[in-house]
Write a protein that binds this ligand. Sequence first.
Ligand code: GLN
Length: 484
Amino acid sequence: MKPFIGVQELRNDLRAKKYSAVELAHFYLNRISELNGSINGFITVDSERCLERAALADRQLAHSNPHPLCGIPIAHKDLFCTKGVRTTCASNMLGSFIAPYDATVVKQTAEAGTVSLGKTNMDEFAMGSSNETSWFGVVRNPWNLNCVPGGSSGGTAASVSSGMTPLATGSDTGGSIRQPASLCGITGLKPTYGRVSRFGMIAFASSLDQGGPLAHSATDVYELLAAMEGHDPMDSTSADVENTTLPAGDRSFVIGYPESLFDDLDSDIAGCIERARLQFEALGHKIEVVELPHIDAAVAAYYVISSAEASTNLARYDGVRYGHRTEVSEDLLDMYCQSRTEGFGLEVKRRILTGTYSLSVGYFDAYYLKAQKIRRLVRDGFLTAFENVDMILAPVTPTTAFEFNSMKADPVEMYKQDLYTIPVSLAGLPALSLPCGFVNDLPVGMQLIGRHFAEGEVLAGGMAFQDRTDWHEHHPTLESASAL
Ligand code: GLN
C-alpha cells in the first residue's frame, strides 16, 4: 500500500480484495502514528471506533451494491460534532466536550460507509489563517515543517497533503478550506452557502459558515461532496436543491479573468495562474476579462460581519450551559468572566470584543449595517460578472506558505491573507481551490469560482485541468517529518 492513492484506486482495490477495509484503516493509522508527532494534523485519533467501522465496511463490501465510498478512510475537522467522541473546536473552552450527537455531515459520510480516523486540528473556533491559534498546538506544513499549513482547516489540509488520510472535511467561512488547500498543494471545495448542512457544525459566523470536502483531486472532492450535501430540515438555511451533477459531455466554458485582482499579486504566483489560464484556453475554453467592483472593501466588511456573528454565537460558552468552567471564582459574574478568560484564546477574544463593539448601540449603523451593504455590493458585482461568464479564475492567496510567527504581531496582515477568498464567501458562491504550480518548492493554488449551486461546473473545470496537468500529483517527501 502507498499513501497518496485516490478514491477510484482505493475503491477498485477494496472491491478486488487486494486488501480489506480493516487493513486499509491500519495502514492509515500507522501512517498517523509515524507522522502526526511532527505534523500535528490530528487532535484526536479514534483507532478503536475506526477499526470497528472498518470491520462494518468489510461486511458491507461483501454484499452487492455497497456505497461508492464504502471502506474509504476519512477525517473530520474538529468542529463537526461526533457522537461519543471529543469535539474541541481546538479550544480549551471545549477541551473535554464529548458531543452527544453527530453532525449531519458526520452522519451522512458514516452512512456512506467511510471510515473515520479521527478529528483534525484547526484554528481555535475556525478563526485564523495559519493554524497557529489552536489550543492543541500549531500544525506544520508537510512541504516545509517551518511553515504554516494555512487555516483554519490547517489540520485537515496537512493530513491529506501528508497522506495521513485520503479524504477529509473542512469548513470555510472566509477561506478556511481554499487557503489551506492552496498552501498544502491539495484540492478543496467551498460549496455554495446552504449546499452542505451546518447542523452539528460548531458555529463561528452562521451566515457564512459552510462545510466542504478536501482531497487530492477534483474527482475525489466531487465524490466526497456527494456524501456530504443535501437538504437537511435540521438546518434552517439548508437549501432544498438538486444534488451536484457534472455537466454532460466535454463542455467548453467561458472563464472570467478578473485582471485587476492580479495587479498587486506576487509575480511568481501570478505567473502560475497565468500559465493555468493558457492551459484552459488550450483546452478549448474561452477567457474573458471581468471586473469585480468593491472587492477592496470585502476584507473589512467580512471582519465586521463575521466577528459580530461570532460574538453572539460564542455568548453561549459561559461555563454553565456550555464549556470550560473555572475552578476559582468569587461570585457568579466572576465565574462567567474567569471561565471565558481561561477558555478562550487571544484571537477569539479579539473577535468577541470587536464583534460586540460593532453591534452595540450607537455603532451598529456605522459598522454592521455598512458592512452588510458592502456585502450586497460584492455579491451584485459577482452576479453581474456571471451574466457573461460561466466561472471565474482567481488567485487563492497572496503568498505561499509563510513561516511560523511571521504574521502574529499584526493581525491585520494575517487578515489580508483572505483578500481573494473573502469576497466569494460574502457572496455565498461555490469555489474550488486547486494546485497550479510551485514557487520556491512551495505549492501555489488557484480558485475557480462558480455561480450559486454550480459546483458541477467548477468541478468539471477542475477535472479537465487535472486531466492535463499533474500539479495535484506532486506530494511532499516528508523525510524530515518521519525522522523527527
Ligand atoms: N481566516 C479567516 C478568519 O480568520 C477565515 C476563517 C474561516 O474561513 N473559518 O476569519
